[in-house]
Design a protein around this ligand. Structure first.
Ligand code: NAD
Length: 300
């Protein structure tokens, strides 16, 4: 039995002893006491047969997350505004992936994505709200309100609309997990990138409200906070990324696969006791500089 179903039954029936077999050995990871014969059980793929929606999955981190879920046995809806890249990505992932065109700012398109996911693969168990846009190097006083709105609409409202759309489907699945991809900047302030920072802080807060509301449906909601990661989003600021990351405790940018590992964990039953929580993978960026600035890296 899946842990979220066990927890749901415990809540309904007050049968705490239902949890005991699962804690003792079914899941292996829970007790840390299993002998090596449990290794075979642990080879079962973490998302076998489950339906997963990943937004912004045509490229960058979203594509890496979609690939990770397929490798773990899931059926994945690759949702993105980039139709050509999205279709290509789904084709590369094989029969257990399907592309659906989605602008996360549209409630109507969200309804269509959930309907397509259910029709193709069954009720949705996992949603990764990964789609996002950024805004570089403009002071608030010089900014265009339309640009502000575009970032907030995508990064914050898009995740809100996604959560709202999938809950009925997750109820049919008996529970689920939502991962909201925020950023390490949701823990700090940064100049000249205000709407991005504000949207990621707000998404962190929204995650906590959703976790409290959705627990009754055995849906866990958590936020993941990547630091600098090499994707098309940072293509045009590679020098700045190199200079910034050179000062960190782990002095480099992340590979998308390193963030995918965290997303898979948070979405999986291994994280069955985590909801409303923040999972950071940022090379120590929030700690501040751990070593001297290296101007030779930027020529500065
Ligand atoms: P990316 O630009 O490579 O990919 C973002 C994807 O989102 C693209 O495929 C894009 O088409 C899609 N998208 C944008 N607007 C959309 C919309 N309205 N509807 C549907 N899809 C839309 O960026 P990435 O670096 O892979 O970023 C993924 C997530 O991680 C974003 O939320 C981003 O803010 C966050 N993040 C990135 C970094 C980084 O350093 N790259 C760091 C922290 C957080």
């Amino acid at each position: 039995m899946r842990p979220h179903r066990v927890v749901g039954r415990i809540r309904e029936e007050g049968e705490w002893n239902l949890l005991l077999p699962w804690l003792r050995s079914d899941a292996g990871f829970a007790t840390g006491t299993s002998d090596t014969s449990d290794c075979d059980n642990q080879m079962v793929k973490r998302f076998e047969g489950r339906t997963v929606i990943v937004t912004g999955a045509a490229r960058g981190m979203g594509a890496s997350h979609a690939r990770g879920f397929v490798e773990e046995g899931a059926n994945v809806v690759v949702a993105d505004v980039l139709e050509e890249e999205g279709r290509l990505m789904a084709r590369q992932l094989g029969a257990r992936a399907e592309f659906v065109s989605l602008d996360v700012r549209s409630p109507e398109q969200w309804a269509a994505v959930v309907e397509t996911a259910e029709r193709a693969f069954g009720p949705v168990s996992v949603l990764v709200n990964n789609a996002g846009v950024t805004w570089h190097d403009v002071a608030i006083v010089d900014s265009d309100p339309a640009d502000w709105q575009r970032v907030i609409d995508t990064n914050l409202n898009g995740a809100y609309l996604g959560m709202r759309a999938v809950v009925p489907s997750m109820r049919k699945a008996g529970g689920g997990a939502i991962v909201n991809v925020s950023s390490s900047v949701a823990m700090i302030g940064l100049p000249r990138i205000a709407p991005y920072v504000a949207s990621k802080w707000a998404l962190r807060g929204l995650t906590k409200c959703a976790a409290m509301e959705m627990a009754q449906d055995s849906i866990r909601v958590n936020s993941v906070h990547p630091g600098m990661t090499i994707t098309p989003m940072v293509d045009d600021i590679v020098d700045e990324v190199t200079a910034f990351t050179s000062t960190l405790a782990i002095p480099r940018a992340a590979d998308p696969a390193e963030i995918t590992n965290l997303v898979l964990y948070v979405a999986s039953d291994e994280a069955s006791f985590s909801t409303g929580s923040e999972f950071v993978a940022d090379g120590g960026a929030i700690l501040g500089p751990a070593r001297p600035w290296q101007p030779e890296l930027t020529g500065g």
